[in-house]
Design a protein around this ligand. Structure first.
Ligand code: SF4
Length: 346
């Protein structure tokens, strides 16, 4: 071995792991004790029904728990089993999803329900093969529903692991993912994977949060935490530099003729595929764009111009509907916000 290639940091991690094995019991004990006292009562953590767990995991991707809860209850009430969801129309599913954003999640949910049929997949590999299910979601369902020993690495877990082990490799690169995956495999409590995954996720969500404040002072894992010991916890985890955000400008035309209006379905392979909106043109002008809507890699600027007309214009691809029928169509969040503003002004 070339000693110059063996960095001080690697040595520390190695020493940590050498000494860590006997301390693992302590880590689990402190973590589980913390979890028992502090965890939130979340309906998807109180069930072992793989369908309900899957639903919650898909809804909670890029969605806050408070908002996700409402959608989770609504979906389960409307489609209590995976067979029920498979029988629904895609348009109904999108309509129910309205307001959550990232509609590909809803389309994949529906597609997967159709593939599943009556028997929910029971292995990690079968779960991973479903559309919209990556390593994290497959690990979450496998451990929460079947108590199988797979990690579930969400953003909270990446953060806790980066700090506990003082890992300064960016977690969102392929090399970083591989390293973190290897570390969580070493940390995972194989006897109690359901409890371990629930506890470490909740610990990241509630205690070892992005803004640490004085959390380390009261932390039950402090004695096992390299990030705390080295004073690096605050700057971890490390991300790769974000891609440049693309700005786009949209002008929407809201035609009103009596109680009717025009809408169109987005058919382009672009944002909001298969959602409905008012006729629209894209491109920047000198005018003001009062609405801003931020997506992961795009910043949208929009304005809505109301035209009171005697006769509807003939615009290709649009349909004429009554204003009060707008609720029956899946609309983008931006359009919903604009409608909300218009209704407040009316
Ligand atoms: S000591 Fe601080 S950084 Fe380490 S696990 Fe606890 S809260 Fe997180």
């Amino acid at each position: 071995m070339k000693y110059e290639n063996f960095s001080a940091k690697k040595l520390q991690i190695c020493v940590f792991f050498c000494n860590f094995a006997p301390k693992m019991e302590n880590l689990y004990r402190h973590l589980y004790h913390w979890y028992e006292i502090n965890h939130r009562i979340l309906p998807w953590r109180e069930t072992e029904d793989p369908y309900a767990i899957w639903l919650s995991e898909i809804i909670l991707q890029q969605t806050r728990v408070a908002q996700g809860m409402e959608y989770y209850m609504r979906f389960l009430n409307r489609w209590p089993t995976v067979e029920d969801l498979a029988k629904a129309d895609e348009a109904e599913v999108l309509r129910e999803w309205q307001g959550l954003g990232y509609y590909s999640r809803a389309r994949n949910l529906h597609k997967a329900a159709k593939m599943i049929g009556s028997s929910f997949p029971k292995t990690f590999e079968e779960l991973r093969a479903l559309p919209g299910v990556g390593d994290y979601t497959a690990g979450a369902i496998a451990s929460f529903a079947y108590n199988l020993p797979y990690p579930a690495m969400d953003g909270n877990v990446y953060r806790v692991v980066a700090r506990l082990l003082d890992i300064d490799e960016a977690f969102d690169t392929s090399a970083g993912k591989k390293l973190f995956h290897q570390k969580i495999e070493e940390l995972l409590d194989r006897e109690h994977p359901r409890l371990f995954n629930s506890a470490i996720m909740e610990f990241g969500a509630l205690h070892c949060t992005p803004a640490l404040g004085d959390a380390c002072m009261t932390c039950p894992l402090q004695e096992c935490c390299l990030g705390y010991a080295h004073g690096t916890a605050e700057v971890l985890p490390v991300r790769k530099p974000r891609p440049k955000v693309r700005d786009r400008w949209f002008t929407y035309h809201v035609y009103l003729c009596g109680d009717e209006t025009l809408i169109r379905r987005r058919e382009e392979k672009d944002i909001w595929y298969h959602l409905y909106e008012f006729p629209c043109e894209e491109g920047q002008t000198e005018d003001k764009y009062p609405f801003t809507h931020v997506l992961s890699h795009q910043k949208l600027h929009a304005r809505f111009i109301v035209h009171n007309v005697q006769k509807m214009p003939d615009i290709a691809g649009t349909i004429c509907i009554r204003w009060d029928e707008l609720n029956d169509y899946a609309l983008s969040r931006l359009t919903l916000r604009a409608l909300d503003t218009m209704q407040h002004k009316a």
